[in-house]
Ligand binder design. Structure first.
Ligand code: CUO
Length: 670
């Protein structure tokens, strides 16, 4: 950051980096001898940065230091791809430290942070090395800027240790007159936006090194993770008396929803631009971003997707067609759609998903006449705040569903697990049998690291988010096969009624199925009971991982120290595992299937980190740990007319209810 070019702090340990004189940009050169003393007077370690021969950084330096950075903007993407390669190609960690020291004061901080994070995740010699959570580094992307003013006041007047937390208001982007505000708690959830940012960090779509992009089933995971976002957001809306998101499928029509983010960029010293209700996307001509694109291009790419799905074949650059088969078709489509460098034909199928983000994010200033930057849809750390995000992704999902609709429905032999009968599934919780409880919770976040002013030290912020009481799934199984077997337990939840209170058709319900958990389990012969804690979900990561939690006991697994060095931040935030429900009780159905592990398993060694939120994030450096299509068994239409009709003996359901209580509880320090 501009005022602290050579400072690092880890717990109580502080270090200064001593830079070669030529590493300082001209504006700092005269102060270079005193900067280390100024910021590192209390440092107990000095790190000598080597003077290496510097690679050509002219491309990434084209982005101004104080500008916004968007992965969706093709020019930014090229610059970031180049910088990632530079970081990846450094011979060793010392050289990486050197180049980073040089870049830190010259390269746009958002791009620098992104590219370094990607490199740390993917270099062999930095695996396991971690960086602070993004919400601490750039808190301005996640919260009301008034918080920073208050934090500044607090930190100037009060000594660290005596500072009271700053309170982040819960509802600050619109009034109750805006119906969309009812789900702002979900859209603007800090953990949710962190998850999305992390997901796109783990699955970059541009880099010269193909291995960074070409991960196992990454196109299919792009489809599935975003499909689950839409399912979960839809249910959240239904709990709040809103209809499911209306897909944004007519690019010539005004977008009914407006969004006023009320975020300030601390780096750019600018407010994020709003989008007024009724805005229409228009042809883009922004030389500053090297973007010239017509809305009709989106339509052309869309038509080509639809044609490919109709023909179940994709056109390659050499004019040949490859079939979209059952096993890899979704992966191919996902990579074409996002689109990534592993798109089979970027020239023809274009860049539909990313450019949708770009068109929407520039709808307020398509030709840059007002010198405005992109709106929140242009940044993966902020996009989920905007109601239009879900309309856009509902549309993207619809295209994917066209492909799924072409697949032959599963026959029961694809589900069967001979000898295994799920007698029952249910929920046991403190609220009673098959009852789930939600409420608000106030938690604390460290802001000190992302604030650019002195005196420094810890500044805490309190924020309010949805939370639920933890519970257990209880599954009764009968195994008559005569021997112990391995099964994959698949747990989903879905609403029962539509927005009008009428029963959902099975096809609608299927598309609203939210994955809750998936795990491998040894099933002994005879009757047995599986009890599984909700905290173990394969979808979520614990609160401590999403945020850098405050702990009064340093060294605890959930403590600040542990979390700081844990970079496995991809995972649905656990506090949003279940939808909000209603005060009167929202009916949902719990579904359990135990499938035959022999048909599901992927043989690989799973030792290592980041393997506990695999459902939406995969496993770092490993294959997706389930051979079935993502979303199985609900990933495609069925001939069944109802969920009951769909069940085979190794499946069971249970009606459950989610009760919301409009109280705020305070999260206790762990
Ligand atoms: Cu995650 Cu559109 O892909 O944002």
């Amino acid at each position: 950051r501009p005022t602290e070019p050579c400072f690092m702090q880890k717990g109580e340990e502080k270090a200064t980096f001593e830079l070669p004189a030529n590493y300082y940009p001209d504006k700092y050169k005269s102060a270079s001898s005193t900067l280390g003393n100024r910021f590192g007077a209390d440092a107990n370690r000095r790190i000598l940065v080597q003077n290496i021969s510097l690679p050509n950084l002219s491309l990434p330096m084209e982005l101004g230091y104080n500008e916004q950075f968007s992965l969706f903007v093709p020019k930014h993407r090229r610059m970031a791809g180049n910088l990632i390669d530079i970081f990846m190609n450094m011979r060793n960690v010392d050289d990486l430290v050197s180049i980073c020291s040089y870049c830190q004061m010259r390269i746009n901080p958002y791009m620098f942070n992104y590219c370094l994070s990607v490199a740390i995740l993917h270099r062999d010699d930095t695996k396991g090395l971690n960086i602070p959570t993004f919400a601490e580094t750039f808190p301005d992307k996640f919260m009301d800027p008034r918080v920073f003013r208050k934090a500044r006041e607090v930190s100037t007047v009060v000594l660290p240790g005596n500072r009271l937390p700053v309170v982040i208001p819960q509802n600050y982007t619109a009034s109750d007159a805006e119906p969309e505000q009812r789900v702002a708690y979900f859209r603007e959830d800090i953990g949710l936006n962190l998850h999305h940012w992390h997901w796109h960090l783990v699955y970059p779509f541009d880099a010269a090194d193909r291995r960074i992009v070409d991960k196992d089933r990454r196109g299919e995971l792009f489809y599935y993770m975003h499909q689950q976002i839409i399912a979960r957001y839809s249910v959240e809306r239904m709990c709040n008396g809103l209809s499911r998101p209306k897909r944004y499928n007519n690019f010539r029509e005004p977008i009914a929803e407006g969004y006023f983010p009320k975020l300030d960029s601390q780096v750019a010293s600018r407010a994020w631009p709003p989008r007024f209700a009724g805005s229409t996307i228009r042809d883009l001509d922004r030389p500053v971003d090297q973007i010239r694109a017509d809305v009709s291009e989106l339509e052309t790419w869309r038509d080509r997707f639809i044609q490919a799905i109709e023909e179940m074949a994709v056109l390659l650059p050499n004019g040949r067609k490859v079939p979209l088969d059952e096993e890899t078709g979704m992966d191919v489509l996902g990579n074409l759609m996002e689109s990534s460098i592993i798109s089979r034909n970027r020239g023809f199928y274009g860049d539909l998903h990313n450019m949708g983000h770009v068109f929407i994010s520039y709808s307020h200033d398509p030709d840059h006449r007002n010198l405005e930057q992109f709106g929140v849809m242009g940044d993966s750390a902020t996009a989920m705040r905007d109601p239009v995000f879900y309309r856009w992704h509902a549309y993207i999902d619809d295209i994917f569903q066209l492909y799924k609709n072409k697949l032959t429905p599963y026959s029961n032999d694809k589900f069967d697990f001979p000898g295994i009968r799920v007698q029952s599934v249910g929920i046991s919780s403190g609220s009673g049998q098959d009852r789930l409880s939600t409420q608000w919770e106030q938690s604390t976040l460290e802001l000190g690291r992302g604030l650019d002013f002195t005196p420094r030290g810890s500044v805490l912020a309190k924020f309010t988010h949805l939370q639920h009481d933890e519970f257990n799934y209880v599954i009764e199984v009968n195994n008559t096969s005569g021997a112990g077997v391995m099964g994959t337990v698949r747990l989903f939840m879905a609403p029962v009624n539509d927005e009008q209170g009428r029963p959902l058709s099975f096809d609608e319900q299927r598309r609203l199925m939210m994955e809750m958990d998936k795990f491998t389990h040894a099933i002994p012969a005879g009757s047995s009971t599986i009890r599984r804690a909700s905290t173990l979900s394969s979808v979520t990561i614990p609160y401590e991982r999403t945020f850098r939690a405050q702990s009064s006991r340093p060294g605890d697994p959930g403590s600040a120290e542990a979390a700081e060095f844990d970079f496995c931040g991809c995972g649905w935030p656990h506090h949003l595992l279940i939808p909000k429900g209603t005060t009167r009780g929202y009916p949902i159905v719990l579904f359990c299937m135990i499938s035959n592990w022999n048909d599901d398993r992927v043989v690989q060694d799973l030792v290592g980190q980041c393997n506990d939120a695999a459902s939406y994030c995969g496993i770092r450096d490993r294959k997706y740990p389930d051979r079935r299509p993502m979303g199985f068994p609900f990933d495609r239409p069925s001939r069944a007319s109802s969920l009951q009709d769909f069940l085979t003996p190794n499946m069971a359901t249970k009606p459950c209810t989610i009760f919301f209580s409009d109280n705020v509880r305070v999260r206790s320090a762990r």
